[in-house]
Design a protein around this ligand. Structure first.
Ligand SMILES: O=c1nc2n(C[C@H](O)[C@H](O)[C@H](O)CO)c3cc(O)ccc3cc-2c(=O)[nH]1
Ligand SMILES: C[C@H]1O[C@@H](n2cnc3c(N)ncnc32)[C@H](O)[C@@H]1O
Ligand code: MET
Ligand code: SF4
Length: 377
């Protein structure tokens, strides 16, 4: 058996302990065959370029409304200070993660952008990616939500990869009282179009599903299959994050139950057995402490970890120390290695997946420190 059929995927939710053990072993073997006995992470800094956003996701504490004392757009000096600190501490990725198109909803966002000389957050983001490339050794990864065709095209020359959590393809979640009520950028067709545009532009892309926001098991299956279908067509999905919802005080979903470990493990096994094995499977190590269960379920990557910045999306969840993660990973029989924000597979076709100056730069980095090259398949 390789990939799951749809009925098998649906049945995984309630598989008996014996059946589930078999499937889990199969998922772990698939990971070992494709990715070997080494898990990876990316040493990064997190830059929340703005926390203003036109959406109102029911789980999000990152977002701040204009008028709140914390609503802001980072200045270029603030951005460059964080990036330089990252450079000093050996980081190779700048994760720009930001609210979506606040200028379309809030005059305050338009005014703040105008003071920075821009009319849209994406324009400002492009300027800051460019500065990171021109002035530092770090590589930008852009997580800015839904993107138009033109935005993808303009971001490609200034970033090595982009990402956006699909989260879920369920339209039900847009209804009043659900996680994505009043979120124009969480309309599934809009998210799927962004994935597709990234594919059309040959952008190495990170996506993922958010677990426990009111979706059904079947909707998770649908979401993973939708991601896999895009990858089959364009080959651009470098990694899929399976991220567990964490309830935050003060949000609409403060009292919504968090997914438990069994639910996460089952979903990771589902993901590993649904997705093409060339897609990296990532779960964040700061949202769950029982690492061995995740490794047993077939993940091969821990995502971005920062010695400089907090996880601004989950600010109460500290990063593990990289050495502690290395030891925990070693106890499961796996090594831990640093990787770049773009996976090795894409460096084999640099002219297709990277703008020429970025391809040259990556070539130099890989030649100098040979990062995660054992994974070149
Ligand atoms: O620190 C975080 N990093 C997040 N990352 C960053 C990720 O861990 C790494 O930076 C990527 O693996 C790129 O190397 C995301 C990247 C995406 O493209 C899409 C979604 C996420 C989500 C998070 C997140 O919630 N917290
Ligand atoms: C960066 C990604 O983090 C996810 N995200 C946003 N809020 C939460 C939360 N409370 N718990 C877990 N993940 C969250 C979203 O899917 C976003 O795209
Ligand atoms: C700050 S959340 C991550 C980026 C974007 N706003 C999204 O939800 O996809
Ligand atoms: S998760 Fe992203 S899109 Fe949703 S409110 Fe927060 S910043 Fe905006």
């Amino acid at each position: 058996m390789t990939m799951l059929t749809r009925p098998e995927a649906l049945a995984l939710k309630t598989a008996s302990p014996g059946e589930f053990d078999d499937l889990t072993r199969h998922a772990a073997r698939l990971r070992d065959d494709r990715w070997g006995k080494t898990l990876t992470y990316s040493r990064k800094v997190f830059v929340p370029l703005t926390n203003m956003c036109r959406d109102d996701c029911g789980y999000c504490t990152f977002v701040q409304k204009p008028g709140s004392p914390n609503a802001r757009i980072m200045t270029p000096d603030e951005v460059m200070a964080v990036v330089r600190e990252g450079e000093r501490l050996g980081c190779k990725e700048v994760l720009f993660s930001l609210g979506e198109k606040p200028e379309l909803r809030y005059p305050e966002a338009r005014e703040a952008l105008a003071r920075l000389g821009h009319v849209s957050m994406i324009d400002y983001l492009i300027e800051m990616c460019r500065r990171v490339l021109d002035e530092t050794s770090l590589l930008p990864h852009v997580n800015a939500g839904t993107l138009s065709d033109e935005e993808v095209a303009r971001l490609k020359p200034v970033s090595v990869s982009m990402g956006m959590m699909l989260e879920n393809v369920s339209r039900r979640l847009l209804q009043r009282g659900q996680a994505h009520y009043a979120c124009p950028d969480k309309v599934p067709t809009q998210r799927l179009r962004t994935l597709e545009r990234a594919g059309q532009h040959d952008v190495p892309f990170t996506t993922g599903i958010l677990i426990g926001i009111g979706e059904t098991w079947e909707e998770r299956v649908d979401s993973l299959q939708a991601i896999n279908a895009q990858h089959r067509h364009y080959g651009h999905i470098q990694e899929v994050i399976v991220q567990n919802f964490r309830a935050k005080p003060g949000t609409a979903m403060a009292n919504h139950p968090e997914p438990d470990l069994d639910d996460m493990v089952r979903t990771l096994v589902l993901a590993r057995l649904t997705l093409d094995p060339s897609i990296s499977l990532q779960a964040p190590p700061n949202l769950e402490s029982r690492f061995s269960a995740y490794i047993g379920a077939g993940i091969n990557d821990w995502g971005g970890i920062s010695p400089v910045t907090i996880d601004h999306i989950n600010p109460e969840r500290a990063w593990p120390q990289i050495e502690a993660l290395r030891q925990a990973t070693a106890r499961c029989g796996y090594g831990l290695e640093e990787r770049l924000a773009v996976y090795p597979r894409y460096l084999k076709e640099p002219q297709r997946f990277l703008a020429a100056p970025l391809a040259e730069r990556l070539d130099d980095i890989v030649r100098e420190d040979g990062l995660a090259l054992q994974q070149c398949v």
